[in-house]
Design a protein around this ligand. Structure first.
Ligand code: ADP
Ligand code: MG
Length: 327
């Protein structure tokens, strides 16, 4: 089973950033209101994520580290309407198989916390008592210490941290109500308190995407045929050399999708720019039954049941906003 875990890890865990993504998604699924991420050496030496979510009961700690033990799907119908971010039950076992992992947690009624640790194997000793407030802390040390071939592919501390920070940014923009903090080698890098109103949201956008972007955005909010598009669109005056300020979320999940990029690009080119990279933070909400988010374990792709409808809705909504901006 350990080999199976390590093979699965090859798909789920590419670098420290992928560990952070999986752990943050678990914290969100657990209903955390505040999440603290502390990493050392780009996350290679240490990643520690603490949340104040629902916690894991003592007798489920070992289970959480074993394959396909997800608490999130009870039936096949559930699988077709997945609202939670994780649902395969392979992230924790995969990460545990390629690192030294410590899982510490306390549930509201337990009175105290419990901890369990693994050393890259698939056997875990009985949980030990540990002081811990309600919620969960996962600590991942020495990523790929037992898989030299993968360790070799890790880049510099700076590059790895860059990827990791990007994951935190994406999640910060997906859940405004969740407080998030990130530190690197003990230095605070990002401090985001829960953003409950529009002003606070724009403040978070400024912290995550930069002040210049936040000063040059227009708000979007359009609804038609059961679809809603809202968020922030960069003004034509905002220009950025790289194409990387493009965040698109479908039902709270960040996606990169050709149909979406195409609709956005067309709207921009049609009204305003030629050859510039549009910058945006946009959210599409629609009936979960109309999207398939189960397409790939890396979970960046989606499939729309009615792709034509979605494309036209996006194009029209953005086209209207941009056309209104024309002098
Ligand atoms: P999945 O998220 O696909 O269910 P994971 O391997 O990521 O699988 O996690 C396994 C299980 O461990 C989850 O289903 C959940 O029950 C539990 N778990 C993991 N992280 C947390 C957390 N931060 N808070 C509460 N429960 C957690
Ligand atoms: Mg998960």
């Amino acid at each position: 089973p350990q080999l199976v875990n390590q093979i699965a890890a090859g798909e789920v865990v590419e670098r420290p950033a992928s560990v952070v993504k999986e752990l943050l998604e678990n914290s969100l699924d657990a209903g955390a209101a505040n999440i603290q991420v502390d990493v050392e050496q780009g996350g290679v030496r240490r990643i520690r994520i603490r949340d104040d979510g629902s916690g894991i009961p003592k007798d489920e700690l070992a289970l959480a580290l074993s394959r396909h033990a997800t608490s999130k799907i009870a039936s096949l119908e559930d699988l077709e309407r997945v609202a939670s971010l994780g649902f395969r039950g392979e992230a924790l076992p995969s990460i545990a198989s390629v690192s030294r992992l410590t899982l510490t947690s306390a549930t509201p009624d337990a009175g105290s916390g419990w901890t369990i640790r693994g050393d890259g194997g698939d056997r875990f000793e009985a949980p030990m008592p540990a002081a811990h407030p309600e919620g969960t802390t996962v600590e991942v040390r020495d990523l790929f210490f037992n898989v030299p071939a993968r360790r070799k592919f890790l880049r510099t501390e700076r590059t790895e941290f860059g990827h990791l920070e990007e994951v935190v940014r994406r999640i910060a923009l997906s859940r405004f109500r969740v407080g998030l903090a990130l530190s690197h080698n003990r230095k605070p890098m990002l401090q985001l308190s829960p953003a409950m109103n529009e002003a606070a949201q724009l403040d978070r956008v400024a912290k995550v995407c930069g002040q210049t972007f936040a000063e040059q955005v227009v708000r979007v909010d359009h609804e038609a045929a059961g679809l809603r598009l809202h968020g922030f669109l960069g003004l034509p005056t905002y220009s950025r050399s790289q194409a990387d300020l493009q965040y698109f979320y479908v039902n709270g999940r960040m996606v990169r999708d050709r149909l979406i990029s195409h609709a956005v690009r067309q709207a921009y080119q049609d009204v305003l720019f030629h050859g510039r990279h549009p910058a945006f933070v946009l959210y599409l909400e629609l009936d979960p039954a109309l999207v398939d988010v189960n397409a790939h374990p890396a979970k960046h792709e989606v499939r729309f049941r009615e792709s034509r409808l979605v494309h036209d809705f996006l194009f029209r909504s953005l086209h209207k906003v941009l056309a209104d901006l024309r002098p």
